[in-house]
Design a binder for this molecule. Structure first.
Ligand code: MF3
Ligand code: CO
Length: 259
């Protein structure tokens, strides 16, 4: 299928994105000390069912050998970078930083977004990690416009983060989205000359998602077959939005849940 979405598809993507963002806003507010990851996941399932939408992560497999994803929400705590499982339930604690990643099928179209919540008090370095990860996403999307290169996004993200000495995760990248949970092109959060150069075109729909650490960029997978953690156990943050490329720039498909 085409990577360029038609105007009627973009309209539905906006509707799905609104639902997704509203749901993530509610989950963010519920993400306080004492709540369980399973309770947060239940909010997503309930709101999607009410809206006639389907969680896009539930049952998803990255490849056929992989286990099916068991929830509607990824809950990635502290050194977990992404794909933390909501089940079995874990209790969120004071001082945790919690990545919440969510995706939905609405009217046959997929959208994807994530945020990182600080639970209670954390030191300044950790606050900086979360704030700077979000800002790197803002910088990344700000260069988007028809005629630019996909690689320009990662360059902007890297240029913002590298002087601050963070680790930028390389094993996972942003991606096209809409007709599938993950589609072409890959959108790295760093300079990568190995990938084919792809030009941004009006109607392309992309999920941009920097994953940033307080230590090294290397990650490994937990034995559960899903959870990605930093290899050095340093804390990690993750933000993600879905956007559509336009002639003048981009439109946000998933409004920010935290403003
Ligand atoms: N935003 C995550 C990603 O693009 C969502 C993963 S879907 C899951 O990798 F099913 F793998 F959780
Ligand atoms: Co994604």
């Amino acid at each position: 299928m085409s990577l360029i979405k038609a105007p009627e598809e973009i309209k539905k993507l906006h509707q799905g994105g609104e639902l997704l963002s509203k749901t993530l806003r509610e989950i963010r507010a519920a993400c306080v000390a004492g709540v369980t990851s399973e309770e947060l996941d239940a909010i997503a399932r309930k709101r999607f069912a009410e809206a006639g939408a389907t969680p896009s992560f539930l049952g998803y497999r990255i490849s056929t050998q992989d286990p099916a994803y068991p929830g509607a929400l990824c809950v990635s705590i502290n050194e977990e970078v992404v794909h933390g499982l909501p089940i079995p339930a874990r209790i969120i604690k004071e001082g945790d930083i919690v990545g919440l990643d969510i995706g939905v099928w609405y009217e046959g179209l997929a959208t994807d977004m994530a945020t990182t919540v600080i639970v209670g008090k954390v030191d300044q370095k950790v606050q900086g990690l979360v704030k700077d990860t979000r800002e790197s996403l803002v910088r990344g999307i700000s260069v988007i416009k028809a005629g630019k290169w996909v690689g320009d996004i990662g360059e902007a993200i890297e240029d913002y983060l590298a002087p601050k000495k963070y680790g930028i995760v390389k094993d996972l990248v942003g991606h096209g989205v809409g007709h599938a949970v993950h589609e072409e092109p890959q959108v790295p959060n760093y300079r990568d000359d190995r990938l084919p150069k792809v030009k941004l075109q009006t109607g392309m729909v992309l999920a941009i998602e920097p994953m940033v650490t307080l230590g090294d960029w290397r990650v490994r997978m937990k034995p559960d077959g899903w959870t990605i953690v930093t290899a050095d156990k340093s804390l990690a943050a993750h933000f993600e939005v879905t956007i559509v490329v336009t002639e003048e720039g981009y439109d946000l498909i998933t409004p920010w849940p935290d403003v």
